[in-house]
Design a binder for this molecule. Sequence first.
Ligand code: DOR
Length: 442
Amino acid sequence: MSQRFDLILKGGICVNHNGIGEADVGIKNGKIAALGSLSADDGASVMDVTGLHVLPGVIDPQVHFREPGLEHKEDFASGTAAAALGGVTALLEMPNTNPNTVTTADLADKCRRAKDRAWTDMAFFIGGSMENVEQLGDLEREPATPGVKVFMGSSTGNLLVEDDTTLAQILTQGNRRVTFHCEDEPRLKERFRLVKDGAHVNQHPVWRDVESAVKATTRILKLAKGAKRRIHVLHVTTGEEMEILKGYKDIATVEATPQHLTLTAEAYDRIGSRAQMNPPIREARHREALWKAVNEGIVDCIGSDHAPHTIEEKAQDYPKSPAGMPGVQTLVPIMLNHVNEGRLSLERMVDLTSAGPARVYSIANKGRMAVGYDADFTIVDLKRQQTIEDKWIVSKCGWTPYDGMKVTGWPNTTILRGNVIMHDGGLIDTPIGTAVKFLETL
Ligand code: DOR
């Protein structure tokens, strides 16, 4: 007789809608089939997770994996391997590759490339641009996309929409939530004179200042309100934006990154251009304001903005050094360390790293540890002390801004749809990642 469960996770402490408590998890056909006290006899296999915390699979809703076109920095195999080792089970990938992901064919190409090479489940954003604005309503209906992402300020690559007319037009195409990188391009252009002839990288937040972020966020909130369109504001970095965003919780969801919650402007002097990203790491008062916003519930999700560049590229003199830092492998340990240091509860972390992304993007069957949902789990050792080091990083870039940082809390096992894909620092079997599904395009 076939067994009731394919796998039982036995003796762990589950963190879900019930709070934190001991419960076994029964898995059948890749789905959660039971939660509670289960007999080991009912499992074809049983994993003893005594002493570990079982979280719903962590979803990283902002990664840049560089394929196609920039595979020397990252590709789907290396980026998703980093994710799985870091305890992440699903990813939403950004469109600023080469070519940009701006057509149905570009999206299909990414799906094809990820097949049999992605360790985690994935979906791919469509880049909104002047050229494809009229097709966005159709493009957002494609499977395997969380929708449209728009750069309002230029960053890595050439995707950019800087004028209100085009932004307003984008907001009239389609229905799904539209995602924005908010930095005001006209202001960035005007202020580039401050660094263009060379400057210390610590001038990055002076060039891309608070007002650049506030201006763009304010512009898009007003346009979205006028268009009655849901939006998502990526990687918010200033206390001023949080004050504004709390007045728009009907239409706008908010992301913060682990790095903006961890690093401050002193990092430029300590680690140089490794701390350079857009929007910038800022002075400590903003980090404190972001934590306040996390704890007030203004922040809906955490995204790593994993944006790898090679050490050689980063070694160029500022401002030629490219902006972006890796983060998909360190998201879970960094956030667990914040839990251990008392900055947020483990329940709130799960709300931000699993339930949050699922709610923001209406992801089907993920983000919640409940019967009927995908059996995706991030199993963590909350007490394990570990030093994050460059040599642990399997991203092609091979470095992390946290090199040398001691943390408490570490991913132990990653389970994707009932399959163990990472255990104790090693990847298991072969990549089985598939497309993330969304409620609006099932
Ligand atoms: O610093 C950044 N790097 N910010 C972005 O928005 C893009 C990213 C990249 O792709 O390198």
